[in-house]
Design a protein around this ligand. Structure first.
Ligand code: SAM
Length: 260
């Protein structure tokens, strides 16, 4: 194996400004029941649960959930393998998608279905929050071997890991994740496609799903969103009833959060 990606995920993504942002927001809103959609290895889920909240972590990748379940504090969390339709109706007052999960929904219909399912899962006035990379900041231009190369010390030996942008056809961007085991010479690569929606598109999609956007930030220090902000961080309130939507069941093929 070139790299056990799920086991290496936390090492590849050490920054926690985003987790601290979402935890502070949940504190501020006095959230008591939370859903973390696309929870991955569950670092944020555990942080949210550590403050006495009931927490549900949902993810379609069994390997990510396997790692999540092994971490300390994991026993208190309701881990669910699957998609947004695994969220129970009226079960939460705070729902979050961190680590650019919003971008794995590359088709607008799968994105809308996820928003509708989160709307159904939230109580009236419940909060949905997530971030997406701002296309105006053109993050994909930094996804080169030179800028992203890491060498990881794994049980299988030292493994090089990097990203390279493959093509750009906005709002879609394809990138490859490469790994090379320096001991065995084994190489692997995987292509994934992310959606880079701009702020007006994201706000419109939320409104169509029955949310109103209450705050828009451009970084984790709560700087207001401006046209060239690196991130689009949105906080929205559920404001109306909608019929529940069936989940698309489409997998994103997602392997790796670009780590820059
Ligand atoms: C970059 S990781 C982010 C994990 C975690 N939220 C974090 O902040 O570290 C993206 C996660 O989205 C999950 N994912 C992919 N497609 C999904 C879908 N359709 N619905 C929900 N989650 C999905 C992946 O399995 C992966 O764990």
């Amino acid at each position: 194996m070139a790299l056990d990606f799920a086991a290496a995920y936390d090492e590849l993504n050490p920054d926690d400004d985003d987790y601290r942002f979402y935890a502070a927001l949940a504190d501020e809103l006095e959230a008591t029941r939370v859903i973390d959609l696309g929870c991955g290895t569950g670092t944020l889920t555990r942080l949210l649960a550590s403050r006495g909240r009931a927490a549900v972590g949902i993810d379609p990748d069994p390997e990510m959930l396997r790692v999540a379940r092994q971490r300390s504090g994991a026993a208190d969390i309701d881990w669910r393998l699957g998609f947004s339709d695994r969220a129970d109706t009226n079960s939460a007052d705070f729902a979050v998608m961190s680590g650019h999960v919003a971008q794995v929904f590359r088709e607008d219909d799968t994105w809308s279905l996820a928003l509708q399912n989160l709307h159904r899962a939230l109580v009236p006035d419940g909060t949905l929050t997530f971030e997406s990379r701002n296309p105006a900041a053109r993050a994909w231009e930094q996804w080169t071997r030179q800028a992203t190369l890491r060498t990881l010390d794994t049980p299988e030996g030292h493994v090089e890991f990097w990203h390279e942008t493959a093509w750009v056809s906005l709002p879609l961007v394809a990138y490859d994740t490469f790994t090379r085991n320096l001991r065995t010479g084994e190489e692997a690569s995987n292509r994934d496609v992310l959606a880079f929606r701009d702020a007006p598109s994201l706000v419109l999609s939320l409104e169509k799903a029955g949310f109103s956007v209450s705050r828009q930030y451009g970084d984790w220090q709560r700087t207001p969103l401006v046209p060239d902000s690196r991130e689009i961080i949105l906080v929205a309130k559920r404001h109306a009833f909608r019929q529940p939507a069936a989940d698309s069941r489409k997998r994103s093929g997602y392997p790796a959060n670009p780590v820059i």
